[in-house]
Design a protein around this ligand. Structure first.
Ligand code: ADP
Length: 493
């Protein structure tokens, strides 16, 4: 067991490699680890899902029957711990809540008791901090699943000396997912009635767990500077732009990094052949391998192959891609799509695959291996998101020399230098419309046909780096602004 104290305790519903449904897991798999490697005392608390991938990191029971407190007077959680490269990751175990096939929902919709599950998670995590004497100075919550912890702490620290010195940080990875429930569930949450108001947890008569985090955390962060600005507007604020604007003095956008120990073609063991900016030849072998593996026409070796990886949802603009298929195919390009999501998009993808055999392949589902193979084996990466808090997949595509074609939103705007600007590493278009996407793909294909220009963009892409150490230092500044003494203990970091 890695013993406390842990100055910074992260609360998250996902952490790679133990659980993952999207970018949050990637961030939680590397930000705490980076801080820990820099010398900050950090721990992570997350649910013990039935489908946890413990792999080479065994988990051990460290506390049995940890009391969770009102409204579960008799309910307890078992706490497990794993050592993830020296970082303690604690798991909250309660089978009836977390031992399920999926994390949050099935194809039929959200689990009916998600509110109860994540109230439980927050209460149990805070209880673990207390009973395991973690010594937390800062509790750092991620997304709506952990938002309520910010509210509990704001109230508890008024009256309970144990919590009085604890400060809180709320990170927003995606404002569209808010965790909205009924007033009846608020009544069961254990929060005082005074939290039920427009400056608290109430949102148009519903109980909003992300808003709880935004309203009560001492500091708020989100995952890119552009998204931090965007979410204060009605267009991107998902109804929370008012409270976010009121809290803007306490809010900062910190760009995510990329984990290059996992997402780098130079040392990627999943690939047929490794490659780098200085010796890029291997990328062609990766492309030929992908084409063969997926049954694309061998002719595609000499044509640009486009890649798309992501949840098949409106946010990611998969519908915009599907809409331009006939025009896209006239450019004689290949297309590989990896993802899962809305049933109608999945069905549409399967049907166009039939229509354009050898030119389009859709893989429904998600595996890390396939994601790496597509990043390496395609030429152009499509990311026509309607909004994108940060986006990690485009950072990975840059690393793999697969320049992105993306909308000018959020983190895409912050990470892509568009052609024909000096140092261009990709292509950007303003509005998420089929016409704009098609025009920009046409432009990218034209540049691809000019080998020297394309090579330059690829090299620029592969040399673009988003360091987690830089981001971690910005988080340290946020923590230190809440506890001055932390910065003196970090003086030599
Ligand atoms: P988001 O978090 O909005 O899904 P990001 O681009 O920030 O998008 O992060 C996506 C991460 O999740 C990448 O590691 C990507 O490979 C992975 N990913 C993409 N689609 C899926 C999926 N359907 N299931 C699990 N992980 C996915």
């Amino acid at each position: 067991m890695i013993a406390p104290p842990h100055d910074i305790v992260f609360l998250t519903s996902e952490v790679y490699p133990f659980s993952k449904s999207g970018g949050l897991a990637d961030v939680m798999g590397i930000l705490p680890l980076t801080l820990s490697r820099m010398g900050v005392r950090v721990a992570v608390i997350t649910p013990f899902y039935g489908r946890l991938s413990t792999g080479q990191y065994p988990v051990h029971l460290v506390h049995e029957n940890c009391p969770v407190g009102y409204p579960w007077a008799d309910t307890t959680a078992d706490i497990y711990q794993a050592d993830y490269h020296g970082l303690p990751v604690y798991f909250i175990e309660r089978g009836e809540y977390f031992d399920r096939r999926h994390y949050y929902c099935t194809h039929k919709g959200d689990y009916f008791d998600n509110c109860e599950r994540f109230i439980f998670f927050c209460r149990a995590a805070l209880s673990a901090i207390r009973h395991l004497k973690m010594g937390a100075r800062i509790v750092h919550a991620q997304d709506w699943h952990a938002g309520l912890a910010m509210a509990f702490l704001a109230f508890w620290r008024r009256s309970d000396p144990f919590w009085a010195g604890i400060r809180t940080v709320m990170s927003i990875h995606n404002l569209a997912f808010q965790g909205r429930f009924s007033y009846r569930l608020f009544e069961q949450s254990g929060l005082p009635l005074e939290a039920w108001n427009m400056e608290g947890v109430e949102f148009y008569n519903s109980f909003n767990l992300l808003k709880a985090g935004i309203a009560y955390a001492d500091k708020i962060t989100t995952v890119s500077p552009s998204y931090a600005r965007e979410i204060m507007t009605p267009e991107f604020g998902c109804g929370l732009e008012g409270i976010l604007t009121r809290r803007s003095a306490d809010m900062v956008g910190i760009l995510n990094g990329a984990d290059y120990s996992i997402w780098s073609p130079e040392n990627d063991q999943i690939l047929e052949c490794t490659y780098s900016a200085v010796s890029p030849e291997g990328k062609e072998d990766c492309k030929a391998h992908l084409i063969g593996m997926l049954g694309l026409s061998p002719r595609m070796v000499n044509r640009p192959v486009l890649g798309f990886i992501g949840r098949l949802r409106g946010q990611k603009g998969i519908d915009i891609v599907l809409e331009i298929i006939p025009e896209l195919m006239k450019l004689d390009v290949g297309l590989v799509v990896l993802g899962e999501g809305r049933a109608d998009y999945e069905a549409q993808l399967m049907s166009i695959m039939e229509d354009y055999r050898g030119q389009i392949v859709g893989v429904i589902g998600y595996t890390e291996e396939m994601s790496h193979l597509i990043q390496a084996g395609t030429d152009i990466f499509l990311m026509p998101s309607r909004y994108e808090p940060c986006g990690l997949t485009q950072m990975y595509s840059l690393s793999y020399g697969t320049p992105p074609v993306a909308t000018a939103v959020g983190g895409l705007r912050d990470t892509i230098t568009p052609y024909p600007r000096t140092g261009a590493n990709g292509f950007i278009f303003a509005d998420p419309t089929p016409e704009a996407l098609l025009a920009t793909v046409r432009k990218a294909v034209r540049v691809w046909e000019d080998r020297d220009s394309w090579r330059q963009i690829q090299v620029n892409a592969m040399r673009t780096r988003f360091s987690w150490e830089t981001s971690a230092r910005q988080y340290m500044e946020v923590y230190a602004s809440l506890h001055n003494d932390l910065s003196s203990s970090w003086r030599n970091i």
